[in-house]
Design a protein around this ligand. Structure first.
Ligand code: GDP
Length: 589
């Protein structure tokens, strides 16, 4: 995307924050402009071209749809950002990428294995069922779904913390005999925080003590009213072990995916995310990639973080060699120079020389920047103040349920028009690693009320710089958040009078300057303070007391009852009887 004076090019969909950058303004300003146009969107939300164009026009830009102009241009520098939103005319429907989450032993692995093995039986037999971090299955009429093979919200949120929002749909598996457990609730919060559609899979319905009705009641209490009870939460009953309800689950994945209108352009340069990577003694560095846009081909030159290389060989998730792979496809590749980190984005480069140059530049840049950005309540104030953040995300942990509800209510009540205080997860118990990860991924902080962080959480917080704030008094929490949120508001100043003097004589000094001979009636006149020259009750000039003399000497301050000579910056047209009022501004908010 290029800004060319007043003319800009916009894609068919764009994240609000990115639009703000193009328009050279703050995300908050864009959110406000959207509101004025009747569109409620957060900074991280995607808006379509038409909406973006209206906003851009409001900011005085001339807008073009992204298309021909950019397609011709070499995109080497363009392709550094990680974005699933793909646009342009060449964009076609891409498979959804699904993560399975849930409480331990509720059946995540069994479900993933069941879906995969059902698929292998149908088709391309012979492949080795290896785990490369993700796989694809074909459903019904030939449509494809990509599953991430590392279940659980730790992996899910770790990816998000690294800036890799790769999941399109979250399935939370809950065992019907067990009901909603701590990690089920966590998983639900994690999916919601990622702002992706959520499907609840009630598993183990084959068990005699399965109680789906009780579970649906629990979901309703969580605010997730199942569709069959008149709500809009998709709930599917399955038995991962016996293969019951799996087709219905997959159909529902496609339904929510269709609503999301997931698209990508297979003709673009390939970009995506590293799912995992390791050094294999025989094969060298192997990396599993999820392609987000474009088509990756064997022989392409690829850069992932500071690793690069030519793709020597490429395999699909069944371990079969392939020549090319399009959007939403997981592949395993050989040929990288080093092991990239999971969650790192990748892109292709025209040749190895350019790739090496790019990596050199990145190495120089990262060596200066040190650790990833810390998130503390203070830094969040700053970000909000700068307009970079409008959602104030909090993870709340407390000792008893009785504290949580009022705490969440009172915290969320601190929201203002410009900033939304969001409790993205609230639960009873000590602060866990997962809580810190969720805060990291959501650019938020953890509030611990009457509870302590677990050692792992403390360590992670120290490493990631994400703050865990411990409190024992609710009022202190509210006060801190209130302060943070109010920091966002433009301060309001009021004038406070310090002194008033009457002009009794005027002495000219040179052609442009005049000294007002004054009698200080009230308070004190102070050199360099703000002042106002008043005539018949009206202000005729406002500036600063540039010089203040007592007899012939410079004075810092002259108090009531004394005479003085005053020169006011930029003003020489005093008249006898004028008043000079000295004042200062005081911040009242
Ligand atoms: P995970 O920790 O969530 O990955 O759970 P697993 O997939 O490892 O499953 C935990 C246990 O529950 C295993 O013993 C599974 O065989 C069992 N299990 C999983 N799904 C079902 C199911 O649908 N019905 C029954 N009866 N058992 C299941």
């Amino acid at each position: 995307m290029t800004v060319d004076q007043e003319k800009i090019t916009l894609p068919s969909a764009i994240v609000v924050r990115d639009l703000a950058e193009i328009l050279d303004t703050t995300p908050v300003e864009v959110v406000k402009a959207l509101m004025q146009n009747g569109v409620m969107a957060t900074v991280v939300q995607v808006i379509d071209f038409d909406t973006a164009a209206i906003i851009a026009a409001d900011f005085g830009f001339d807008v073009d749809a992204e298309g021909d102009a950019l397609d011709d241009a070499p995109e080497t520098e363009e392709s550094t950002s990680v974005r699933l939103i793909d646009d342009g005319e060449g964009a076609v429907v891409r498979p959804p990428v699904v993560t399975v989450l849930g409480h331990v032993d509720h059946g995540k692995t069994t479900l993933l294995d069941r879906i995969r093995s059902a698929n292998v039986q149908e088709g391309e037999a012979g492949g080795i069922t290896q785990h490369i971090g993700a796989y694809q299955v074909k459903v019904g009429d030939g449509r494809v779904i990509t599953f991430l093979d590392t279940p659980g919200h730790e992996a899910f949120t770790q990816m998000r913390a690294r800036g890799a929002n790769i999941t399109d749909v979250g399935i939370v598996v809950v065992a019907a005999d067990d009901g909603l457990m701590l990690q089920s609730r966590e998983a639900i919060s994690h999916v919601k925080a990622a702002q992706v559609p959520l499907i609840i899979a009630i598993n183990k319905v084959d068990l005699p003590d399965a109680d789906s009705a009780r579970l649906k009641g629990q979901l309703t209490e969580e605010g997730l009213l199942p569709e069959e009870l008149g709500g809009d939460q998709i709930v599917v009953e399955i038995s991962a072990l016996e293969g019951m309800g799996i087709d219905e689950l997959l159909e529902n994945v496609l339904v929510v995916a269709d609503l999301e209108d997931l698209k990508a352009d297979p003709n673009k340069q390939s970009q995506g995310i590293v799912l995992e990577a390791k050094n294999d003694r025989l094969r060298g560095v192997t990396a599993t990639l999820l392609i987000q846009t474009g088509t990756l081909r064997a022989g392409d030159v690829l850069i992932a973080g500071t690793a690069f290389g030519r793709v020597k060989a490429m395999f699909d998730s069944d371990g079969m060699p392939i020549e090319s792979a399009g959007p939403s496809t997981p592949v395993e590749i050989l040929g990288l120079s080093a092991i990239p980190s999971a969650g790192e984005s990748f892109e292709t480069s025209a040749d190895l020389r350019l790739a090496r140059q790019e990596v050199d530049t990145r190495e120089r840049e990262t060596s200066g920047t040190g650790q990833s950005q810390a998130v503390t309540l203070d830094s969040l104030f700053g970000e909000i103040h700068k307009g970079n953040v409008t959602d104030f995300n909090l993870v709340v942990k407390a000792d008893v349920q009785g504290s949580i509800d009022p705490l969440v209510q009172v915290l969320e009540a601190q929201s203002l028009e410009e900033v939304n205080v969001r409790v993205i997860h609230a639960a009873v118990g000590s602060v866990t690693e997962s809580d810190v990860q969720l805060a990291t991924a959501s650019h938020g902080v953890v509030i611990a009320f009457n509870v302590m962080p677990e050692p792992g959480a403390r360590k992670l917080s120290a490493e990631s710089g994400v703050e865990v704030r411990e409190y024992n008094v609710i009022y202190d929490i509210v006060e801190d958040i209130e302060k943070a949120v109010n920091g966002l508001l433009d301060p309001i100043f009021e004038d406070r009078e310090d002194g008033v003097s009457e002009v009794r004589a005027i002495f000219r000094k040179g052609r442009r300057n005049a000294i007002a001979g004054c009698y200080v009636r009230d308070g004190a006149m102070v050199r360099n303070s703000l002042c106002r020259v008043m005539r018949n009750g009206e202000t005729v000039h406002e500036s600063i007391i540039g010089s203040l003399k007592r007899v012939d000497d410079d004075a810092r301050e002259v108090v009531a009852g004394l005479e003085c000579g005053i020169m006011v910056d930029g003003y020489d047209s005093f008249e006898e009887g004028d008043e000079i009022v000295a004042f200062h501004k005081e911040q009242v908010r």
